[in-house]
Design a protein around this ligand. Sequence first.
Ligand code: NAD
Ligand code: UFG
Length: 337
Amino acid sequence: MSRVLLTGGTGYIGSHTAVSLLENGHDVVVIDNLVNSREDSIRAVEKLMNAKIPLYIGDLRDEELLERIFRENEIDAVIHFAGLKAVSESVYKPLEYYQNNLDSTLVLIREMLKNGVTRLVFSSSATVYDPANDPERVEGMPTGNCTCPYGWSKFMIEQIIRDCCHAYPQLSAIMLRYFNPVGAHPSGVIGENPQGIPNNLMPYIQQVAVGKLDHLNIFGNDYETKDGTCVRDYIHVCDLADAHVKAFDYLLKNDSCCLEINIGSGHGVSVMELVTAFEKANDMKLPYQFAPRRAGDLPIFFANADRARELLGFETHRSVEDMCRDAFNYQQKAQKQ
Ligand code: NAD
Ligand code: UFG
């Protein structure tokens, strides 16, 4: 049995990954400062999985706390989710974003090396790709020209990790470039419920579906796409969680690697198709209207998923309907609390 430290583990993707790791016989330890999550999520995972999860509430930049975690737990790998992630907020709070996301990664890697922990999986993003690329994103394509400080922070952290892998060959790392994670665990006990008005499509749809918001605005219906609305690669958060287990397994078997890997379904789905799938999966009508394009949106991008399949043996299993059903189920439960 192996033990994995999840930074940002009480968050949306971290809590789902905790479930997948436990399902696959691994132990997890979590550090989170709860800046964008609540302790409840990890307690819900404990209940769901009948497991005990040590939770350290504190900032990743606190070196003494990290020392303590590594001293008190025999850690085989770190999955680094912790970070600030709101695209628009990062535009007017760049210092906060760079300081939090970069400093926490630097402290983490230094403490890992000091404590002989050499396997790292990092939550990167499809946003690191240069927007000028072809819509089907392949790992070797140019990165950069990011549209916001959040995106640049992922771009910079990837470079930091590559430089560290070069300088400290004992370190192995996999940078997972997520596409658009959506949905929730089918139990409905963990999921994504952002504070205030959501920016992302699925959380917005979820809140319209439970009547918390009046209608969905679809940003643009005049793009050169199949139905005029933007196309993205949505991935069920439980599939994404499973990808982390595969990445961890790969690191257990392969020393001295440093890899970027796309994690998406490999298929593009339009906003209109997602709305229709949501209506079908939940047998309801979703009020929506077309609105002007949102600044900065690309018409189409989706993952080339070959490397994930070839190196990790990873493929998605959950459908768009599964994503919609599980997202609604979670939102209904969250609404009642
Ligand atoms: P989330 O906000 O739910 O989880 C991130 C967690 O990190 C939160 O619980 C937060 O409290 C914690 N955190 C932030 N800064 C911290 C610090 N300095 N010390 C300790 N804890 C800290 O976000 P998520 O959706 O679960 O995303 C996880 C990771 O995946 C993030 O790095 C995010 O940028 C990346 N990512 C997310 C998406 C997405 O659409 N959700 C897409 C691509 C990449
Ligand atoms: N959309 C709407 N109405 C809404 C919200 C979104 O029509 O209320 C549309 C957007 O215009 C876009 C699509 O739904 O066409 C998806 O939008 P999201 O905000 O859900 O996702 P993005 O693809 O814009 O953003 C995602 C991640 C970011 C990441 C970015 C680039 O959320 O973290 O991909 O990779 F930076």
